[in-house]
Write a protein that binds this ligand. Structure first.
Ligand code: TYD
Length: 207
């Protein structure tokens, strides 16, 4: 691929969306051409799948069904948006990608790394981000900082133990994929975290 593919990962409430917004402002100011997209979603079909996955009424959804739906949304986004844009040489930034499935469905929902890796390998044919920015903050700190759990969010409501498993899952992934993971300590102010992200992306030659 000619372009660069950067993903952002982290547990609930770590300030991921805000950091992506700050990065966007930076890139706009510095005339960096980029495409920002998100998972699950980013294309009409993938956004429809997102609606099914995140619908609070779908509380009977099994972990395997959920994992396969995430993979379906992902492969559609990949074929329809990510690959063509990267082929054009663009910088593509994606809010969450396959590591979310490995951490949430694999480690936290209990499907296991192997199962989730297998369905995603089948769907994505090992199409991997160049770098993955992981915003590291424990769920305890994250929820404390944001003033508690958002009761309208199906995933946030899953409980402390679930979020601890997601966090530990990410730490495993950061070790396993240390060549592409950029671990950013997100416990400081939003400006500090932003600066750390900019510095890291500059160091990797992305910005
Ligand atoms: P979203 O509202 O976009 O949350 P966030 O701002 O935290 O990114 O919802 C996405 C939710 O879907 C989030 O809780 C993480 C979860 N998710 C998975 O469980 N597996 C996946 O593969 C992906 C992409 C997301």
């Amino acid at each position: 691929m000619k372009g660069k593919f950067i993903t952002f990962e982290g547990c609930e409430g770590v300030g991921k969306s805000r950091q992506i917004k700050l990065l966007e402002e930076y890139m706009k100011k510095n005339n960096v051409d980029y495409l920002l997209t998100r998972e699950p979603g980013g294309s009409i079909i993938s956004e429809k799948i997102r609606g099914i996955i995140l619908d609070k009424e779908n509380d009977k959804m099994t972990p395997a069904c959920e994992a396969l739906l995430y993979a379906s949304a992902r492969v559609q986004l990949l074929d329809e948006v990510l690959k063509p844009e990267l082929e054009k040489g663009r910088l593509v930034i994606c809010d969450r990608y396959v590591d979310s499935s490995l951490a949430y469905q694999g480690y936290a929902r209990g499907l296991g790394y192997e199962f989730v890796a297998k369905i995603n390998d089948y769907a994505l044919k090992n199409f991997c981000p160049d770098y993955t920015v992981f915003l590291k903050l424990t769920p305890e700190e994250a929820f404390k900082r944001k003033g508690g759990v958002d009761k309208t969010d199906r995933v946030e409501l899953l409980g402390k133990e679930f979020h601890e498993k997601v966090y530990n899952g990410y730490l495993e992934l950061a070790k396993k994929f240390s060549d592409r993971f950029i671990v950013i300590d997100a416990s400081g102010s939003k400006e500090e975290t932003h600066q750390k992200i900019i510095n890291a992306l500059k160091e990797k030659g992305i910005l």
